[in-house]
Design a protein around this ligand. Structure first.
Ligand SMILES: *[C@@H]1O[C@H](CO)[C@@H](O)[C@H](O)[C@H]1NC(C)=O
Ligand SMILES: *[C@@H]1O[C@H](CO)[C@@H](O)[C@H](O)[C@H]1NC(C)=O
Ligand SMILES: *[C@@H]1O[C@H](CO)[C@@H](O)[C@H](O)[C@H]1NC(C)=O
Ligand SMILES: *[C@@H]1O[C@H](CO)[C@@H](O)[C@H](O)[C@H]1NC(C)=O
Length: 591
């Protein structure tokens, strides 16, 4: 009986936490760049502590009911009613979330031995004493025999180059409603409505619309209308006639996990595939899964759980195989069906690894039962890298969640870091998304933040406008395809549009080159050493750091008024230095 108390409590906590923020601490440190944003984030901090109290009210109420031997429906009902009374979220969200997540959470709670404090503390920071079960340490064996380090090729004279588009975090909102309230976040005491720009069922009294959602989207708490996605594809296909291939690093669905169904996800993915095929009929497209493809969100049970057949992501992996399969050799299909990852060689000498990193998600509650290398995914990555090392190939890894993001569990992140360092000669590029912001992370030899930089993660900004960002995409120039290519990224251009402007002017969005990475930051090359040097230069050159801050959110905030004090700046720099999660104290002590 005791365990039952956790089910609605975890759902409550999920809701509470998801409402506060779905983003990384780096984002949270992200300062208010104008007064409006400042107020919003201050209220968020205040709301966080109040929400902790609210959560405790919910939990203690539930405990009382459990002592009375109340059945589960009563608990869920109590949760929904309290959620509504405290105005934590919109009514239909309060009703639907416990239904959507109940099965997963109940299974995990039933089969794990967690206290409410553990779960609570793990999901919500600064909410009571807890032991964080998400920081579990595990290690997988990494084969020795690392070859002597080859210096990163910094003066490549390419015989030819590839032009590669990177899209991430598309997040189409199929219920986006032009004219609906775009600024709905302040409609409750907690100021936490997660997703605006929709015609929600009215809750209490009707309110006048403060900020009508525009035709092309709204850089706030809104995902994008299909029309904007289509416009982006139209624009890119018209202006980039020579793309060699496209990578997409996940997250197609809107931020409305309370409304997720397998049918909607399948239909959204099919529509995106059809749209991509229409605009890029001759360009191969390689994709990796995001956490929002899960139903419930992030719920990817590994095969080791007996409920895999009923509750596992097999249905989704089958969908991926059908959709991604358009552009892949059939050898990848069994890999996709099994673990939602795959590898293959698009060119002689280059292997692509699409890595399912939802097996590191802290919101993948199934991992609470066993975090150790779900479905042997990292062991598989090691095998792939070892084979490529032996064959003298180079490898690109693309994936959704980068290891430095606290959304990624500690055990996975530290194993992944060791793998990258072991295979630094073989890995030529790593491409991630998930945060929606424009970021990067550097790896160091022996995890020594003052040691030799060994590698780095590209973290590409989102197509969606959620949250307070403008739509963006990136194009890499890559050394290849000829015998002896280094397959490293030689140059990168980030493009963005200003949907606010297009809405006001009544025109189509204008997509422009936001910046060229090497030019903007005066980088001689895109080696790990140059990225590390950039962090050092950010430390001393405030103007250069501020230049990057604007790109972080794609020009949404006015740089001249952006307050980012020393602590705020340190938070950002710390993010750049930490390619593995939950080790900021170690990596950032010298900052
Ligand atoms: C994991 O290891 C770190 C340091 O090695 C330690 O501080 C932490 O308590 C460990 N976590 C668990 C859950 O064992
Ligand atoms: C995708 O969905 C949009 C919006 O519902 C629709 O207009 C479009 O025709 C669909 N595209 C394809 C290729 O099915
Ligand atoms: C956890 O999963 C790993 C990898 O599948 C497996 O080797 C291990 O035995 C599992 N541990 C437990 C306690 O079930
Ligand atoms: C985006 O457009 C709006 C409306 O025209 C304008 O106020 C804002 O300054 C623009 N942002 C940038 C970075 O140009």
């Amino acid at each position: 009986m005791r365990q039952l108390s956790i089910l609605p409590a975890v759902v409550a906590l999920f809701l509470v936490f998801a409402s506060v923020t779905n983003s990384t601490p780096v984002n949270r440190i992200s300062p208010a760049f104008d007064l409006d944003k400042l107020l919003v984030s201050n209220r968020k901090e205040a709301a966080k502590s109040t929400l902790c109290t609210a959560c405790k009210i919910i939990v203690s109420g539930l405990k009382f009911l459990i002592d009375q031997q109340a059945p589960e429906e009563v608990l869920i009902d109590y949760f929904s009613k309290t959620c509504k009374a405290l105005e934590i979220e919109q009514d239909h969200v309060c009703d639907s979330l416990p239904q959507k997540f109940g099965k997963e959470v109940f299974y995990v709670v039933e089969h794990g031995m967690f206290t409410s404090d553990e779960i609570c503390g793990a999901l919500m920071s600064d909410c009571g004493d807890f032991v964080n079960p998400l920081e579990e340490n595990w290690t997988i064996p990494i084969p020795g025999g690392k070859p002597p380090v080859k210096p990163w090729p910094t003066s490549v004279q390419p015989k030819s180059t590839l032009r590669v588009l990177h899209l991430s975090d598309i997040h189409i909102d199929r219920q986006y409603a032009v004219g609906s309230e775009a600024d709905c976040g302040e409609d409750t005491y907690f100021n936490l409505y997660e997703l605006c720009c929709r015609n929600y069922p009215p809750t209490k009294e009707a309110k006048p619309i403060k900020q009508p959602a525009g035709r092309w989207g709204y850089a706030g708490k809104c995902d994008i209308p299909f029309e904007l996605f289509e416009n982006a594809m139209q624009h890119i296909s018209a202006t980039e006639k020579n793309l060699d291939y496209i990578i997409i690093t996940g997250d197609m669905q809107a931020h409305d996990p309370w409304d997720y169904t397998q049918e909607k996800t399948v239909s959204n993915i099919a529509n995106i595939t059809a749209t991509l095929l229409h605009y890029f009929p001759n360009t191969p497209i390689y994709q990796a899964t995001g956490n929002h493809e899960g139903v419930p969100q992030d719920a990817f049970a590994p095969h080791t759980l007996p409920v895999y057949d009923e509750q596992g992501p097999g249905w989704l992996y089958d969908t991926f195989a059908t959709n991604w399969g358009h552009w892949l050799p059939t050898t990848t299909l069994p890999q996709i069906h099994y673990r939602g990852s795959y590898s293959f060689n698009p060119y002689p000498g280059l292997k692509l690894i699409s890595l399912n990193s939802i097996y590191c998600s802290r919101w993948n509650f199934y991992l609470y039962l066993n975090q150790t290398d779900p479905d042997s995914t990292l062991a598989w990555v090691i095998d792939e890298l070892l084979a490529s090392e032996k064959a003298g190939e180079k490898v690109h890894i693309f994936s959704h969640i980068p290891g430095g993001d606290p959304y990624c569990l500690k055990g996975w992140a530290q194993n992944y870091y060791e793998i990258v360092n072991r295979f630094e000669n073989t890995i030529a590029g790593q491409f991630f998304g998930h945060s929606h912001n424009d970021q990067f992370e550097v790896y160091y030899e022996n995890s020594d933040p003052n040691g030799r930089p060994t590698h780095f993660n590209w973290i590409t900004p989102s197509i969606t406008t959620q949250e307070y960002v403008q739509p963006s995409y990136r194009i890499y120039t890559i050394d290849g395809n000829y015998p002896g290519s280094s397959w490293t990224v030689l140059d990168a251009e980030t493009y963005a549009t200003n949907v606010t402007d297009a809405n006001i002017k009544g025109t189509d969005p204008v997509w422009t080159l936001e910046y060229n990475t090497r030019q903007a930051f005066g980088m001689p090359d895109l080696s790990p050493a140059s990225w590390n040097d950039l962090i050092k230069r950010f430390q001393t050159d405030d103007a250069l750091f501020r230049k990057w801050l604007v790109y972080y959110n794609r020009d949404y905030y006015n740089i001249d008024t952006a307050p980012c004090d020393a602590d705020c700046k340190r938070g950002f720099l710390c993010g750049f230095k930490s390619a593995k999660s939950y080790q900021g104290d170690h990596f950032c002590s010298g900052l």
